[in-house]
Design a protein around this ligand. Sequence first.
Ligand code: PLP
Length: 401
Amino acid sequence: MKSLSQRANGVTPSPTLAISAKAKEMKKQGVDVIIFGAGEPDFDTPKFVKQAAISAINEGFTKYTPASGTKELKEAVVAKLQRDNKLDYSANQIIISCGAKHSLYNCFQAICNPGDEVIIFSPYWVSYPEMIKLAGAVPVVVTTKEQDGFRPSLSSVTSAISQKTKAIIINSPCNPTGSVYPEELLRQIGEAAVKNDLWIISDEVYEKIIFDSKEYISIAALGEDIKSHTIVVNAVSKTYAMTGWRIGYLAGPAEAIKAMGNIQSHSTSNPNSIAQRAALTALGGNQEEVSKMVVEFEKRRNFIVEKLKEFEKVSFHKPEGAFYLFLNIGSFLKQDSKGVKKINNSVDFANYLLQEAKVAVVPGSAFGADDYIRMSFATSIQDLSKGLDRIETALFRVGVF
Ligand SMILES: Cc1ncc(COP(=O)(O)O)c(C=O)c1O
């Protein structure tokens, strides 16, 4: 076979795939595996949203739309940003893409030159470094710590900025830590970006899944200067339990958005027409279902937090948003244990839990933090309870550690 591109060879395969494939295989064979790996709400898409899609099909809304999305959906996004985030954009500052992942991909392709640096905070969402590399740029990782609530200090941000820095990515609420950045920190990062003329990529896909009655603040709302440097990334995926529909969007300066639209026009062309109709209905319709889902996520967050407080040898930052808890399992690593082969890293640890507890979690190495595992609480309290009991037995009762 002829050789592949350096680009393709440079992409790291996801270390999480092997474990989730194993968990699925075990499930298929009838093993009662509890999955704490889900990256999506376990709720169904609201009925009225599904109905809008059915109507779109029946009406024959099944042809190409403009490559960057329909005018109606862009206007619905404009109205949403005004209603929820007090942000004023016009339709030519919006592009609709095939999920936030695609939005981010377009974004890096449009702003990065080879050798440019993009600052990301670890623990980071798995795809950021790979997408940055696919755009020829270099991810520069700034580590955040559990004891700081996984929030970066301003000095750690400014000392990572170099002549080559092109952008900073913010993801609040964060996947995988559930950390939410306070207004003051957002303002500091925003001002540093403006001063150094950097792009701010604000990934807001978990915006609505926020607990303890906190109000969500978009960094773009903190002043015109900051807004003019920001690309807001969002999607209907997590908010409306619409992960499979693949609709995400970007808002930003018109010239940048136009460049992203050009790139999209030569790759996917328009996002699915039917899903665009469904997204239009979701964004403009009754938001009650969203609130109900968040109440349920908060109950589960409280449940998992209380239960894990009883565990010895682990620690965590109480998630303030999203539906993940990032558990520090560092004290179990690299120690001799009876009966199991030495557990060297988070992949070994996740494999141990899968074998011994029949619980699937995601190893922290996927997020650049090997002392951790990610546990998703996008699953019922009943399963959370059962899964946590099994983990407790596997870690503390069988006398392995
Ligand atoms: C932080 C973050 N950004 C973006 C995405 C991608 O969202 P979408 O499903 O809309 O592509 C995800 C999905 O897991 C995510 O966790």
